[in-house]
Design a protein around this ligand. Structure first.
Ligand SMILES: [Zn+2]
Length: 319
C-alpha cells in the first residue's frame, strides 16, 4: 500500500490506460484475422500511409486531426478514441479502487482482455481462444493478488462457469436444435469464474442477462438490430461461395427467424458451426460477450455496493 494517489499519479495512470487502449485497437483490428500485433506499424486503413508517432497519441491526435487522416483526409473511425478513452477510464477506476498493489496490474490486464473481447465480439460474433484461454489461465492464479479469493473458490468458479454455460449450449444444440450459447461465451464465463470466484457467477450471469435484454429490446425498438449488418455480409458471401440461388427467398422480410438457428440450414447454406466465421447470427440477436464483460467489471469495481443494495432491497421487500 502506498499513500493516497496524487494528481501526478492519476494523470500517469490515465495516460498509460490510454496507451493500452491504443494497443487494444490494434488487437481488435488484427487478431481476428490472424495478423501480427507488432508489425507492421499502424497505417491509415484508407491510404495505407504510415501514421507518425505524433499522429498516434491516444485520443489527443484524433481530436487534433478532427478525426481525419493527415495524408488523405479520409475520416478515421471515432471508435479508436472511444476504445482508448474507455480503457483509460477503466484502468483509472481499477487504480482508484485497488491502489498501489499487484492486484491493480492484474485487474488492468483483466479489463484490457475484456475490452478487446467486447469489440471483437461486436465485430465478428467471436470470442477468440487467443484471449479467452489466457484469461482463464491467468485467472486461475488470481488468489495470488486477490486475498479474499481462495484457490478452491477460483477453481470451482472456472469449473462451474464452464459447466453452466456448456450445459446451456449442449441443451440448445442437442435438445432445442438451436444455437443458444456460443462456445466463446462458455470459455469466457469459465475465465470470469476463475478471476472473481464462484460466488460472482450468479451476479455476473444475472447482470449480463438483464442488461443484454434491455439493450436488445431498445435496439429492436429503434429498428437497429446489430446482427443485420453481419447477416447481410455473410449471407452475401455465402451465396457467392455456395453458388446456389437461395438468397432471394431467405432475404425476404418476415422470413422465419428460426431458420437461422436450425441445424438443418436452408438449401445452399453450408451447415454452420458456431466457431466458424460463416455462422450467420439470428435476426435481432445481440452478442453476449460484451454484456458478460460489462457485468464482470461491475462486480469487480462495485461488487460490494451492488450486493449491499440487493440485500437491502430484498429485506425491504420481504423483511
Ligand atoms: Zn489516409
Amino acid at each position: 500500500m502506498i499513500a493516497a494517489p496524487s494528481w501526478a499519479a492519476d494523470a500517469y495512470v490515465l495516460f498509460v490506460g490510454a496507451c493500452l487502449g491504443s494497443f487494444l485497437n490494434v488487437v481488435i483490428a488484427r487478431l481476428p484475422h490472424g495478423r501480427s500485433l507488432i508489425s507492421p506499424p499502424s497505417s491509415c486503413p484508407r491510404c495505407q500511409s504510415r501514421i507518425a508517432w505524433y499522429d498516434n497519441v491516444p485520443v489527443l491526435s484524433w481530436i487534433a486531426l478532427r478525426g481525419r487522416c493527415r495524408r488523405c483526409g479520409q475520416p478515421i473511425s471515432g471508435r479508436y478514441p472511444v476504445v482508448e478513452l474507455l480503457t483509460a477510464v477503466l484502468v483509472f477506476a481499477i487504480w482508484r479502487r485497488f491502489g498501489g498493489q499487484w492486484a491493480t496490474l492484474a485487474y488492468a490486464a483483466f479489463a484490457c482482455g475484456l475490452v478487446a473481447l467486447t469489440y471483437i465480439d461486436l465485430d465478428t460474433w467471436l470470442l477468440p481462444h487467443e484471449i479467452t484461454w489466457p484469461l482463464l489461465a491467468v485467472g486461475l492464479l488470481s488468489p495470488l493478488w486477490n486475498l479474499r479469493l481462495s484457490w478452491t473458490d477460483s477453481l470451482i468458479g472456472a469449473g462451474a462457469g464452464f459447466a453452466f454455460f456448456a450445459a446451456i449450449a449442449l441443451i440448445g444444440e442437442k435438445v432445442l436444435r438451436k444455437e443458444t450459447m456460443g462456445w466463446g461465451d462458455v470459455w469466457l464465463l469459465a475465465g470470469l469464474g476463475a478471476w472473481l470466484g464462484w460466488q460472482a457467477l450468479l451476479p455476473v450471469v444475472l447482470l449480463s442477462a438483464v442488461q443484454g435484454s434491455a439493450v436488445g429490446a431498445v435496439l429492436l425498438f429503434l429498428g437497429r438490430a446489430p446482427a443485420e449488418k453481419t447477416r447481410a455480409e455473410r449471407q452475401g458471401r455465402g451465396s457467392v461461395g455456395g453458388g446456389a440461388p437461395q438468397g432471394e427467398k431467405d432475404d425476404t422480410p418476415g422470413a422465419p427467424a428460426d431458420s437461422w438457428y436450425s441445424t438443418h440450414p436452408p438449401p445452399g447454406q453450408p451447415p454452420h458451426d458456431p466457431d466458424e466465421e460463416d455462422w450467420v447470427p439470428p435476426p435481432h440477436a445481440v452478442p453476449f460477450g460484451p454484456f458478460l464483460a460489462l457485468a464482470a467489471l461491475e462486480v469487480l469495481l462495485a461488487g460490494d455496493g451492488l450486493y449491499r443494495w440487493y440485500f437491502d432491497a430484498m429485506e425491504r421487500l420481504f423483511g
